[in-house]
Structure formats: structure tokens, C-alpha cells
Design a protein around this ligand. Structure first.
Ligand SMILES: Nc1ncnc2c1ncn2[C@@H]1O[C@H](COP(=O)(O)OP(=O)(O)OP(=O)(O)O)[C@@H](O)[C@H]1O
Ligand SMILES: [Mg+2]
Ligand SMILES: [Zn+2]
Length: 510
């Protein structure tokens, strides 16, 4: 008596189909589970045994062997419980084998036979659909996120008994349905935050507009209360609306992290602002059974590191690689896991401990203290920021003055134009934004005439800039030209781009 059910696990951010085989034979009543199992999966044995008993399934005393394959992938978590119980019941002849053929089954069992929610349902259902499964049985609480995938029937269930009845066609459950168009529409409603609330700050707003247009990383330096945090929080309001595919991509990551709410989809661009006490693994991902970190939870949105120098130096240095590659790779003994990390990094900081350097009327820090504070940010990390701006406090008279400030909507419209230029230019190139240009593609797409070349070379000589800085200026100039709807990069574009490099000279230069 042998039966097979299908379940799945998460590998990186993808679902991986796992077959669950159960064999019943004569012999001592022993229940064995094999197939490269983590400790939680080993404990499934007890949960399944008790849950079967408490659900009223009395099984004859036989030898039970359950095998999870493929054998070369370590199975972790509680997601297989339900499929193991079902495979055993089928092997005992309580469910016809053919009823399990094109169904994927996931869920954790409680001892009383009820089914608990699990993480990663969205990517699992997505993989099941891709591999041609017709149906998925998932915990009731996860049904919505599963149904989001579409083109596969998703049944939300709450007890083992119910699942058996469903598989034996004794009861009918309607597959879960999610009206994607409707939830996307309701999401278009107004954001609570808007750039029109920020008085003045013209220069900072301009730099933010450029940064968002080309997905450039941005660093803001300024004294306390100058509005750095306020500005950063409004960045998602000028980013393009999420497409369904983007929403799905982000939602998969949240599903694995167990952070999807009842809606089943993330509908807004992420804005993640982890506190500076965060650990390395919480920031970039990790753990025994690797989970995505903040840099992945911010994928396709903004990762905001407020008070940058307060972060553990080691923690932020670990970010350097993911920022460059747009993915996080975590290596474990037998496998390596990849999580997406396509973020726009925005950081804010004070220039010194008291916050008011270089205003000598208010800052008493010695030059050495200032240097030590600034040097918490290493040069290579500093190099990751394409734009560096100073946020200066707005005078209270200006705050009072009822000036008409531009709304996020208006800024977003211009950004849309710059994005359209990039989409057109990089069609079929695997490049989405100017910030992603490699040194070689910079040569192709950021051509300069002699006059422009000379201007940039002179600036680099004068400011003693590295090759990396040179490339960053070119990429930013490309974005500024795109905002201008100009295929040519002219001197005006170059000079503005140079300005965004000159600030790190002011603070970090000798
Ligand atoms: N340009 C502005 N327009 C309107 N309000 C502002 C502006 N700048 C600052 N404020 C007000 O000041 C408050 C403090 O700003 P914010 O917290 O963004 O400063 P910060 O630069 O992040 O300071 P810190 O360095 O102390 O973190 C804001 O919540 C807002 O009420
Ligand atoms: Mg702040
Ligand atoms: Zn100071």
C-alpha cells in the first residue's frame, strides 16, 4: 500500500514542489520519516499521529514510512504536515489515490486536527500554477494570498477532517476568489503623505526627483529638524504606481517573511525604515532557514536608513554587495539562497554628534570629533550614493507663509516622463534605470561632446574624483537629461550632476 501526495517548500523566494510518499507495510507499528529533514519536519511525525487520532481516524497498527523528495533539498518548517497526513490516509485506502494527482497540499497541523497558517503560500501557489497543478489546498488564513495567483483553484481549509471530506468529494468548498482589479483600484486612493506639506526645500526636492527618476541612491546631510525624515517618508508618493507583476514580486517576499496581511497582496511601494539597532541578518536576511531581510522587504521601493552613522558599522558595510548586485545571496552548507534587493537607498544623517556642524555658533564638536563621526561612513559606502545633498532648515517665516507647494502628483508626472525615456532606450537590454548602467553601457548611453567631456574632466581633476565617482556623475547627468526629455547630455546637465558630488567633498574631503 503506497500513496503519493504533493506539497511544497520555499527555496529562496521560489516555491519548490515536494512529493510526499507514504508506504504501509506489515511489521512493528513504527512511523518513520525520511528525506533530509530539518528538526521541525522530524517533529511532524508526532503532530500528524496525534492529529489523525484526534480527528477520529483510527488506523490499524502497521509500519508507516514517509519519504519526502527530492532528497537533496533540506526540508524545513511545518508546511508538510497536512500532506503527510493525507498521504498516510491514502495509503490506508481512506482517500482514492487518483484524487491526489493534481493537487498541491500545504498546511501545519495542530494536535486537535485544525490547520494553522504557514509562511510562503503565495510563492508556493505560484510555482504550483507554473508547473501545471490544477488545485491547491491551503490553510484558510492563507487562502487570499494563494488566490491572488490566478489560473489555479485555491481552497482554504481549517481542519484535517474537512480536507479528507473535500478530497473524497463528500463536501463542496468554493475556491477562494480575489478581485484583483478591484483591490488595485481601491488602492489608488489618496496617500496620507504628500510633498506639498513640505515647505521650501526646493533643492532637496529637486535632488529627490532626480534620484527617483533614475533609482539613484541618495544621502541627505543636515542639522536636526531640517526635514530630512519628513522628505524621505514622502519619496514613495512620487514613485510610479505598482504594476500587478511588481506587486506579485513584492508580495512573494512578504509571504515568505510572514508579513502579508489579509488582502493577500502588497499594493504600495515598500518604504522600510529599520531602526539603527538592527542586526545584520535582519537587515540583509539570514537565519538558519534563511528569511529575507529589510533590504529585500524594500525591494522595488525605498530602504531608508535614518541616522546612518548610528548603525553598526559592520551591519551597513554588509549592504554594499546587495546594493551593487540588487540581490542578496546567503550561503549555507548545502545551498545558497537568493533574495531580490532592488531598492533605492535613502539615508539621512547629521554631520556631527551635536548635529550642527559646520555652524560654529551652535556646534562645539572639535574637528577630530567631527571627523570621527563622519568616518563612521566608509568611503566605499559613500560611493554607493549617487547624490549627496544638504538639507538646510527652513526658516519659520517660510513655514508660516502660505506658499503653494507642488504636489506629489505633479512631481510624479515629470518622473514618469524620465522613466519613459529610460524604458524606451534600454528596451531588451535588461536595464531598467540609469543607475544600473555598467561602465561599459555608460560608454554606449552617456556619450558626451567635446565641450561636455572637458567640463567633466576639469571637475574630476579639481575635485580629485575616482573613476567610480566619474561614472556616477555621468549616470546622474543621464537622468537629469532624461528629466529634460533630452537624448543629449549637455553642460547644464553635467554641472548639476557634479553639484551632487561636491558635498561629500565638503564633509569628507581633506
Ligand atoms: N520644510 C518643512 N516644511 C514643513 N515642516 C517642516 C519642514 N522642515 C521641518 N519641518 C517640521 O519639523 C519636523 C522635524 O523634521 P524632521 O524630523 O524631518 O527633521 P530631521 O531633519 O529628520 O531631523 P533629525 O536630524 O533630528 O532627525 C517635521 O516633522 C515638521 O513638522
Ligand atoms: Mg530625522
Ligand atoms: Zn557638532
Amino acid at each position: 500500500m503506497f500513496s503519493k501526495a504533493y506539497s511544497a517548500t520555499i527555496h529562496g523566494i521560489d516555491g519548490l514542489i515536494v512529493s510526499v510518499e507514504a508506504d504501509i507495510s506489515e511489521g512493528l507499528p513504527i512511523f518513520d520519516m525520511v528525506g533530509y529533514l530539518g528538526s521541525e519536519v522530524k517533529e511532524a511525525r508526532e503532530r500528524v499521529r496525534v492529529a489523525l487520532k484526534n480527528s477520529g481516524f483510527r488506523l490499524p497498527p502497521k509500519r508507516i514510512t514517509v519519504n519526502l523528495s527530492p532528497a537533496d533539498i533540506r526540508k524545513e518548517g511545518t508546511v508538510f504536515d497536512l500532506a503527510v497526513a493525507i498521504a498516510i490516509l491514502a495509503a490506508f485506502g481512506r482517500i482514492p489515490d487518483e484524487n491526489l494527482k493534481d493537487i498541491l497540499i500545504i498546511g501545519e497541523l495542530s494536535l486537535d486536527g485544525s490547520i494553522r497558517k504557514v509562511n510562503g503560500v503565495l510563492p508556493i501557489v505560484y510555482s504550483a500554477q507554473q508547473q501545471g497543478f490544477a488545485k491547491c489546498i491551503v490553510p484558510k488564513e492563507n487562502a487570499k494570498e494563494g488566490a491572488v495567483v490566478g489560473n489555479i483553484e485555491v481552497y482554504g481549509v481549517s481542519s484535517l477532517k474537512e480536507v479528507v471530506a473535500l478530497l473524497n468529494k463528500e463536501i463542496d468548498i468554493a475556491p477562494e476568489y480575489v478581485d484583483i482589479i478591484k483591490i488595485f483600484k481601491t488602492n489608488q486612493e489618496e496617500d496620507e503623505l504628500d510633498f506639498s506639506e513640505v515647505a521650501g526645500q526646493k533643492a532637496a526636492k529637486r535632488a529627490i526627483e532626480i534620484a527617483v527618476s533614475g533609482m539613484h541612491n541618495l544621502l541627505m546631510i543636515g542639522p536636526p529638524g531640517s526635514g530630512k525624515t519628513m522628505l524621505a517618508k514622502r519619496i514613495p508618493t512620487i514613485m510610479p504606481e505598482l504594476s500587478f507583476d511588481e506587486s506579485l514580486e513584492i508580495s512573494k517576499i512578504y509571504s515568505i517573511a510572514g508579513l502579508l496581511d489579509q488582502e493577500g497582496l502588497i499594493l504600495k511601494r515598500p518604504f522600510r525604515a529599520p531602526h539603527h539597532t538592527i542586526t545584520t541578518s535582519a537587515l540583509v536576511g539570514g537565519g538558519h532557514n534563511p528569511k529575507p531581510g529589510e533590504v529585500s522587504l524594500a525591494h522595488l521601493g525605498v530602504l531608508f536608513l535614518d541616522e546612518l552613522p548610528e548603525f553598526h558599522k559592520k551591519t551597513i558595510e554588509v549592504l554594499r554587495q546587495p546594493l551593487e548586485d540588487k540581490t542578496v545571496t546567503i550561503s549555507r552548507l548545502n545551498a545558497s539562497f537568493r533574495f531580490p534587493a532592488g531598492v533605492m537607498l535613502v539615508a539621512a544623517m547629521n554631520p556631527c554628534n551635536c548635529g550642527f556642524y559646520p555652524d560654529r555658533n551652535r556646534c562645539n564638536c572639535s574637528i577630530n570629533e567631527v571627523k570621527r563621526y563622519l568616518n563612521r561612513i566608509s568611503q566605499p559606502l559613500l560611493d554607493r550614493f549617487d547624490l549627496c545633498i544638504e538639507a538646510l532648515p527652513v526658516k519659520y517665516q517660510d513655514l508660516d507663509r502660505k506658499m503653494e507647494e507642488e504636489s506629489s502628483e505633479e512631481i510624479r508626472r515629470r518622473i514618469h516622463g524620465a522613466r519613459a525615456m529610460q524604458i524606451e532606450r534600454y528596451r531588451g537590454q535588461n536595464i531598467l534605470f540609469n543607475s544600473q548602467l555598467s561602465p561599459r553601457s555608460i560608454k554606449n548611453y552617456c556619450n558626451l561632446d567635446n565641450k561636455e567631456k572637458k567640463l567633466l574632466e576639469q571637475a574630476c581633476d579639481k575635485m580629485n574624483l575616482s573613476a567610480r565617482a566619474y561614472h556616477r556623475i555621468l549616470k546622474v547627468a543621464r537622468t537629469i537629461a532624461d528629466l529634460d526629455q533630452s537624448e543629449l547630455i549637455n553642460c547644464k546637465h553635467i554641472s548639476e550632476a557634479i553639484c551632487y558630488r561636491s558635498l561629500d567633498q565638503k564633509y569628507w574631503g581633506d
